[in-house]
Design a protein around this ligand. Structure first.
Ligand code: C5P
Length: 425
């Protein structure tokens, strides 16, 4: 086998890992020469990639190569003062939505199966929060060895995904199972790990961002919502197999990939109309938008001059979109948000009842949490009780929320079909 790095020409695949953070662990096997190509494919699929190498891996490919293709410095030492001052090993492990070990040598599989933590790769796998997938690459006799089979069974039963290996000619001249899968296939299968299918075939309508209520042609009432959470939920719902309609107020975010329909609106009234137009076949409605409670009674046609010492604005109530949806005769599974600065639980619980929701996501808002890109936490409250989602990135919280609501939706539907449930109501 020719061990010279080659970068074959390929067409850019559809982005399947949008905004996913992938920590690629490279261990020391000849297949490591394909890993820089894997980095490129993951990035083309929309992922942010950081690379972690074992010492043995550096015998095959230089860290500089990975730095160039990933756009980030490469991590290699467990106890590295400089690295720990930046993103330490635990932080790095937690950062990743997916830890992907490719190639994973026989020795690496054995070490991961044992739960070792004596090098950076093993420690990162142990401390991860996201998915762990490994792409084995080794000589066919090593692959067939009962010791390796036992390690694989242990890893599989611990929830680790095994990608491959492929079958064919090997660097050592042998023929058989043990070749690392090709980078394109690994990237594709890595993306498929995020496709949960929990909302397959459902139509999900989501509101996001602030609304803007014009006062005159240049001014208006708005708020600090960035739309990040709503857009992340839209992405997570797509991954769960849903057809997604996203109704967004003015935000500076690009349309999420693969969202079926993005309706950009400005005011609460426009948002309400857009939402209602999509209600007839809606299965799940998620109200994430920070809708202005009031709007100016009249939007003035001319710019207001600052002549007067005092100025009064007459405001009128906006419709409560989520409450209107929840009151529809054929209502979707309805989810609301409660961004609160204090008495989070009580305020959210009160809104769950007052608005007639199936689920409410209480979101603490402080100087550093709540709005914008930063990490936040959610407390999900429904008739079953409370379900906390601890401090995490918004994309990851969005996926956890979508998983939870898909489970609740199925339970609700199952109990509606169960003839015994009629007696319970
Ligand atoms: O009452 P409050 O604004 O705190 O409730 C927040 C929840 O209600 C969010 O889910 C928000 O999207 C939704 N909402 C709405 N229409 C409004 C006000 C809030 O859909 N006019």
């Amino acid at each position: 086998m020719d061990a010279t790095p080659t970068f074959p020409q390929y067409t850019v695949p559809m982005a399947l890992l949008p905004n996913k953070r992938v920590l690629l662990g490279v261990s020391g096997g000849i297949a490591a020469y394909k890993s820089p190509d894997l980095v490129r494919r993951l990035r083309e699929a929309g992922a942010e990639v950081r690379v972690l190498m074992t010492r043995a891996a550096m015998e095959f490919v230089t860290p500089l190569t990975f730095q160039a293709v990933s756009g980030h410095p490469v991590y290699s030492e467990l106890l590295d003062e400089k690295a720990e001052a930046g993103m330490g090993h635990i932080e790095l492990a937690r950062w990743a939505d997916l830890v992907l070990v490719a190639p994973a040598t026989a020795d690496t599989l054995a070490r991961l199966a044992q739960g070792r933590a004596d090098d950076l790769l093993a420690a990162a796998c142990l401390a991860r929060r996201g998915i762990l997938a490994v792409a084995p690459a080794m000589n066919q006799a090593m692959w067939e060895n009962p010791a390796t089979r036992g390690n694989l069974r242990a890893l599989e039963s611990a929830g680790v995904t095994i990608l491959g290996p492929g079958h064919g000619s090997q660097a050592c001249g042998d023929e058989g199972a043990g070749r690392m899968l090709e980078p394109a296939e690994i990237a594709q299968r890595a993306a498929a790990l995020f496709e949960t299918g929990g909302l397959a075939g459902r139509h999900v309508v989501i509101t996001a961002g602030p609304t803007f209520e014009p006062i005159d042609p240049v001014r208006g009432l708005t708020n600090r919502s960035s739309g990040t959470m709503g857009f992340a939920i839209a992405e997570a719902a797509v991954e769960a197999g849903a057809r997604v309609t996203l109704v967004s107020g003015p935000v500076a975010l690009a349309a999420p990939q693969r969202v079926d329909c993005l309706v950009r609106v400005e005011t609460a009234m426009q948002m309400r109309d857009a939402v209602m137009a999509h209600m007839p076949d809606c299965d799940v409605f998620i109200a994430v938008a920070a809708v202005a409670d009031y709007r100016p009674a009249r939007a003035l046609p001319r710019k207001i001059k600052k002549d007067a010492e005092q100025l009064s604005l007459e405001l009128v109530r906006n419709p409560d979109i989520v409450a209107e949806v929840a009151a529809l005769p054929r209502r979707p599974f309805t989810v609301g948000f409660a961004a609160e600065t204090d008495q989070l639980e009580q305020n959210a619980q009160a809104k769950l009842v007052a608005k007639g929701l199936d689920l409410i996501c209480a979101n603490p808002v402080g100087p550093d949490t709540g709005f914008g890109d930063g990490a936040t936490s959610l407390l999900l409250i429904d008739a079953q009780g409370q379900h906390p989602l601890p401090l995490d990135s918004k994309p990851r919280l969005a996926r956890a929320l979508v998983d939870y609501l898909a489970r609740r939706l199925h339970e609700k539907e199952d109990s509606a079909q169960d003839p015994r449930s009629a007696h319970r109501q």
